[in-house]
Design a protein around this ligand. Sequence first.
Ligand SMILES: Nc1ncnc2c1ncn2[C@@H]1O[C@H](COP(=O)(O)OP(=O)(O)OP(=O)(O)O)[C@@H](O)[C@H]1O
Length: 294
Amino acid sequence: MKNTPLTLAKQPILFVINPNAGTDRRKEGFKDLIHKYLDTNSFDPHIVFTERAKHATELTKTYYQQGIREFVAIGGDGTINEIGKELVNTEANLSLISKGSGNGLARHLNLYENEIEGIKKIPARKPHKIDVGLLNKTIFLCTAGVGFDALCAHRFSEIPGGRGLKAYVRTAFGSYRSFKSIKLLNGQEVFSLTFGNAAQFGNNAFVTPLAEIDDGLLDCSLVKPHPWYAVAKLGQQLFTKKIDQSVYVEYQRAKSFEFDFEEPQLIHIDGEALQQKEKHIEVNIIEKALSIRI
Ligand SMILES: Nc1ncnc2c1ncn2[C@@H]1O[C@H](COP(=O)(O)OP(=O)(O)OP(=O)(O)O)[C@@H](O)[C@H]1O
């Protein structure tokens, strides 16, 4: 009997590219890179560009309904969030190619690398389930928070065409001068309150340095109001994974947190600002909920 060669169907894979992420706006070139460096014997690539905020979520939903189970985010934490939240508790896998300003999740997972390497390595990387966080029921994958960080996220989003590390640094310095601490209902003043599923905001700023992404816990870093002369040391501790040791920081690890503020707060979810209507902040975890190729 004659052996017929076995032909395995190629797996469809969707690349979602955010042209607005990071500083490199010339992302049209990704089409050529994907066709050149992806293992097209195994994968059949489909490539889409986002046209506006939240579009990545719509695209992910549509293509998931059409049967796609492999997704690639090309952008930063905001883009990954928009795609990832649609894939929570599904059988789909997400791969990351870093093209954002901070790239916190990719850095945490050691996936922060050159885009060609990222495309080539997709088939070799194994799906791994990570936890996801919820702040007032909104999903975050990396960090979410209230106070100074949320103000920075808000101001950052308003800079016309200006993303990237330099824009972050300028925004943080500019916001520090005008920022007034926020108040909990019990009277405690807070400079910033960050919940970390991952250890960093991005750019190796380790705001929740003890966070592990698959341990069933979220980390909470509460920075208290501090004198101006403490800023340099806090900054140094932020970038050397020691902020939990600061005298101005209360650090906790748990499955859930609740805080009541005097006023409804501006929050950030993976670096994107969002105004809350409630004064209550509730943070929860969904364990091992999203499959990322690592
Ligand atoms: N075509 C588009 N035009 C304008 N904004 C877009 C477009 N597509 C997506 N967006 C928005 O761009 C924002 C920024 O994306 P993203 O967070 O990925 O990049 P970044 O902020 O530069 O990186 P990081 O979050 O890692 O610092 C997201 O809020 C997303 O909703």
